[in-house]
Design a protein around this ligand. Structure first.
Ligand code: PLP
Length: 381
């Protein structure tokens, strides 16, 4: 073995279809979703949220497709996500939401990456460092999300420090906690706290060119008055389940399909998978697919999920294994090795859509696509 590894050069890149588990991402639909959100926001600048590899859709390809349409910028969670985009030639503004360590500031400055001010301590730290390592700053106000930003009650005590940072201050932002809820009272409370915070800053002579509070739900519901920008993620991927999203014409852009590597007829009484949790009640065709929980397809979907084939859906049976899962189809359905079944469909009403799968798991669509990891090939068309 060692002589083989010495003589064979590693492949430049691994074959994409090595396991034939593919997330197909429709970039045309992505752009349609972008234009729909631009219409909804009535022309506000749109910051595309592409953190977590664009919620599993492929950050670089998504960012490139959106850059060609002139988005105002991108938002990511970490400095390394921002650097990946810069490395791939993305030149529009990039804002990092998360807190970054002081020693990373020079790197952010060199690559022109903007930072979110996430706490009073962070503000003090930045006020020492930013004059030597200039970066654009977005001051986050904690209007009720309760996880990051300056609390409105802290703002008065921070005014002098913020004023010193004025040359680098690009934006003031907040984040809604419940903008998708039918009851909009808390969102209105957050909004009035935000406007109060902005007024305090303005009264102190602090000005910014960008003001943004709304995520997709806030934007779809119109909580944007007076803002200059919106930060949209889930709506671009067509996975917001709000009525307003449907009315705006947003549509899912990702489909996950897995290749069949075995298709056999099994008699009644055959057990399937770890723990023998499925026993064929009558003769069926058992199909094994190249997808498992190590790809991000949750084990909790065992005996619950659905797979699509030529317009029909069939149940996933038995445990989801690390690298494979099994589906039963009627004996009459002639599905062969090398054909594919759809595990996540782009049709929201399907039992195997991202939305339906999220409901089965008691989670949100975000978690379903974010879970698809780098073992899943991406095909952007
Ligand atoms: C600070 C912030 N703004 C905006 C967004 C985008 O939210 P959505 O995907 O619901 O549009 C997120 C996503 O988690 C976020 O953390």
């Amino acid at each position: 073995m060692s002589s083989v590894s010495k003589t064979l050069a590693p492949p430049a890149s691994l074959p994409q279809d090595a396991r034939a588990l593919i997330a197909r991402v429709d970039l045309g639909r992505l752009v349609q979703n972008l234009h729909a959100m631009e219409k909804v926001s009535k022309g506000l600048g749109l910051l595309a949220v592409v953190k977590a590899d664009a919620y599993g859709h492929g950050a670089v390809q998504v960012a490139r497709a959106l850059e060609a349409e002139g988005v105002a910028g991108y938002c990511v969670a970490t400095l390394s996500e921002a650097l990946e985009l810069r490395h791939e030639g993305i030149s529009s503004p990039i804002l990092v939401f998360g807190s970054i360590r002081p020693e990373s500031l020079p790197m952010a400055a060199v690559h022109g990456i903007d930072l979110t001010v996430v706490s009073e301590g962070h503000l003090l730290e930045l006020s020492e460092l930013v004059p030597q390592h200039p970066v654009g700053l977005h001051l986050k106000l904690d209007t009720g999300m309760g996880r990051s930003g300056l609390r409105i009650s802290e703002l008065g005590g921070c005014i002098d420090t913020i004023r010193r940072l004025q040359p680098w201050l690009r934006g003031v932002m907040g984040h809604f906690a419940a903008a998708e809820e039918p009851d909009t009272r808390f969102t209105q409370v957050q909004r009035s706290r935000f406007l109060g915070g902005l007024a305090q800053l303005r009264d102190a002579g602090i000005t910014v060119s960008q003001v943004h509070h709304a995520n997709s739900a806030g934007c779809l519901r119109g909580f944007t008055e007076g803002d200059t920008h919106v930060r949209c993620g889930i709506s671009l991927y067509g996975l917001s389940d709000l009525d307003e999203a449907r009315q705006a014409g947003l549509r899912p852009i990702l489909e996950l399909s897995a290749e069949v590597f075995r298709s056999v007829l099994i008699p009644a009484g055959t057990t399937v998978g770890y723990g023998c949790t499925y026993v064929a009640p009558h003769p069926v065709r058992l199909v094994t697919l190249n997808c498992g929980y190590a790809d991000g397809f949750s084990r909790a979907l065992a005996n619950r999920a659905w797979a699509g084939f030529r317009g029909a859906t069939y149940p996933v049976v038995g445990q989801v294994s690390m690298d494979s899962l099994t589906v039963v189809v009627p004996e009459s359905v002639n599905i062969r090795m090398g054909e594919s079944m759809v595990l996540l469909s782009r049709e929201p009403k399907d039992p195997h859509s991202v939305a339906s799968t999220a409901r089965l798991l008691g989670t949100i669509p975000y978690e379903i696509t974010c879970a698809l990891n780098r073992r899943v090939a991406r095909d952007h068309a």
